[in-house]
Design a protein around this ligand. Structure first.
Ligand SMILES: Cc1cc2nc3c(=O)[nH]c(=O)nc-3n(C[C@H](O)[C@H](O)[C@H](O)COP(=O)(O)OP(=O)(O)OC[C@H]3O[C@@H](n4cnc5c(N)ncnc54)[C@H](O)[C@@H]3O)c2cc1C
Length: 465
């Protein structure tokens, strides 16, 4: 734990009252959405300026105190969890949009700006920030950059990385680096900005970001299609991708739909029960595009790939169809799910899912399993629900045993053990299934350059040695 004298010194580095040590704050700021590791930070510090962040880092180096960067704490890998007496650095008071350039289509944000705030700001300018997911009302830009967040629009717009034009970071030794300065073209050697995106706060703090915005999409329209089996989803994706520029292609299983309908506040898409559902979205800017979508739907029905379907005719219907997918993560959180967030190249998805499903069925016959995910990106979310009577520890221990078999399949398919949620603490023991020993050695060497004393988020990405 951090010594009281060191904490007294920390208090002199930030605004009055911005170091918190009361039990409620330690609980609230010490965890993320995983809620598995009991939070145990020494203190929470809330800087207001970049200079204060630098002073905190220098203080941490001097006292050998570990720092945990904290955003909206919606992370699903325990990346922002402080379970071992660390000091949490939270950005609630660095939450302003600083600048906007209509010509460059860029917006400059402090790290604590909420993702949805950027989306709303872009909309006010007649533009669009396309990184979007169910937690965007709580997650922060610093956390999104820390995890290289993906979400529901990746098939068209890519991950957070694609939208970061420039970054200011404070490294683990307290230096301020200004990376790429918003440029589109910059061929001057290593692009250090990219190293900080997805680094889960292990190299330093993101203290400012210049984000790109896009033109606003026109008349977004969604379809939900029911398929007779999982294999049919892929030819449906192929057929629609051949005709339309999709902005999303998601899937969920009948078990997932049942959980959503049981809430009572989301209408069923149609009557026909189907084992799997695809949700796709596109811009229906002209009637010709809408007609093309309907013709493709009919073709999929004729081929036997689709049993039933519905297309949104209004913004309300569009929103209701999205609720079927967007509410899933939060709805099933009631059953404390054990989550795997795995990916392979899109063409390998059907065989990959079949192999994983066989392992899961063999080892979890008594658990309820919910599949959903960003199937257009090859990203599957496998959720094992905890039986009501079972303790959280026993449940997680039994799920962890099966990870080995799941990740062996991931490795065999050249896939990733974490598609978009990060490694954090939950997946750190499995990094070797996706990265070679040589790659991991390079990653550790890079960390040592930016964080020589190892104070930045230790125990995340890499297991403690
Ligand atoms: C209901 C739900 C749905 C979700 N859906 C998706 C989805 O579709 N796609 C997806 O990608 N994720 C999804 N997530 C996961 C999560 O929302 C994202 O990972 C998000 O980017 C985390 O942002 P945050 O601000 O909450 O970060 P936190 O959880 O606070 O932190 C995440 C990581 O970033 C680091 N970090 C935070 N701030 C900084 C900073 N300023 N500088 C450096 N490092 C920092 C932390 O140390 C940690 O390692 C979902 C989560 C929930 C609860």
């Amino acid at each position: 734990m951090t010594q009281p004298a060191a904490l007294d010194e920390l208090m002199t580095l930030v605004d009055p009252g911005k170091v918190l040590t009361d039990p409620e704050s330690l609980q609230a700021y010490g965890k993320d959405w995983t809620r598995y590791y009991p939070p145990a930070p020494s203190a929470i510090v809330l800087p207001r300026t970049i200079e204060q962040v630098q002073a905190i880092v220098r203080w941490a180096n001097a006292h050998r105190v570990a720092l945990v960067p904290s955003g909206g704490r919606t992370g699903l890998s325990a990346g922002a969890v402080a379970a071992s007496g660390e000091v949490v650095v939270a950005f609630d008071y660095m939450n302003r949009i600083l600048d906007f350039n209509a010509f460059d289509r860029t917006v400059v944000c402090q790290p604590g700006v909420i993702t949805q705030q950027v989306q709303a700001f872009a909309e006010e300018q007649g533009l669009y920030y396309p990184v979007d997911f169910a937690s965007s009302g709580s997650s922060q830009i610093g956390g999104n950059i820390g995890t290289n967040a993906g979400g529901i629009k990746v098939i068209r717009y890519g991950m957070t990385r694609n939208w970061v034009a420039g970054l200011k970071v404070v490294t683990g030794s307290g230096e301020l680096l200004e990376l790429n300065k918003g440029l589109i073209k910059n061929a001057t050697g290593y692009d250090l900005r990219q190293l900080f995106i997805g680094a889960e706060g292990t190299l330093g703090f993101v203290v400012e970001a210049t984000l790109r915005l896009d033109r606003a999409p026109r008349n977004l329209t969604a379809m939900v299609l029911g398929t007779p089996d999982f294999d049919s989803i892929m030819p449906v994706l192929h057929a629609f991708q051949g005709k339309l520029d999709l902005t999303a292609f998601e899937f969920f299983s009948d078990k997932g739909l049942a959980k959503i309908l049981a809430r009572g506040d989301v209408p069923a898409p149609f009557e026909t029960p189907c084992p799997f559902y695809a949700l796709l979205e596109f811009e229906a800017g002209t009637e010709a595009v809408a007609n093309e979508a309907l013709a493709t739907f009919e073709h999929c029905v004729e081929q036997g790939w689709v049993l039933d379907g519905v297309m949104s005719q209004s913004q309300t219907q569009l929103k209701n169809l999205w609720k079927l997918r967007e509410y899933l993560s939060e709805t099933i959180s009631h059953w404390t799910p054990y989550k795997n967030d795995i990916s392979v190249t899109v063409s390998k998805v059907p065989a990959f899912l079949r192999d994983i499903d066989a392992v899961v069925q063999a080892h979890y016959p008594h658990y309820e399993v919910i599949w959903y995910g960003h199937i257009g990106d090859g990203n599957l979310h496998l959720n094992i629900l905890k039986p009501e009577h079972m303790s959280k520890d026993d449940f997680f221990a039994s799920c962890t045993e099966v990870n080995k078999w799941v990740f062996e399949i991931v490795q065999r398919y050249d896939g990733s053990i974490s598609a978009e949620h990060g490694v954090g603490m939950t997946k750190r023991d499995y990094l070797g299934y996706s990265r070679s020993p040589e790659e991991i050695a390079c990653m550790k060497a890079i960390k040592a350059v930016f964080d020589p004393a190892g104070i930045m988020n230790p125990g995340k990405i890499f297991a403690p040695e």
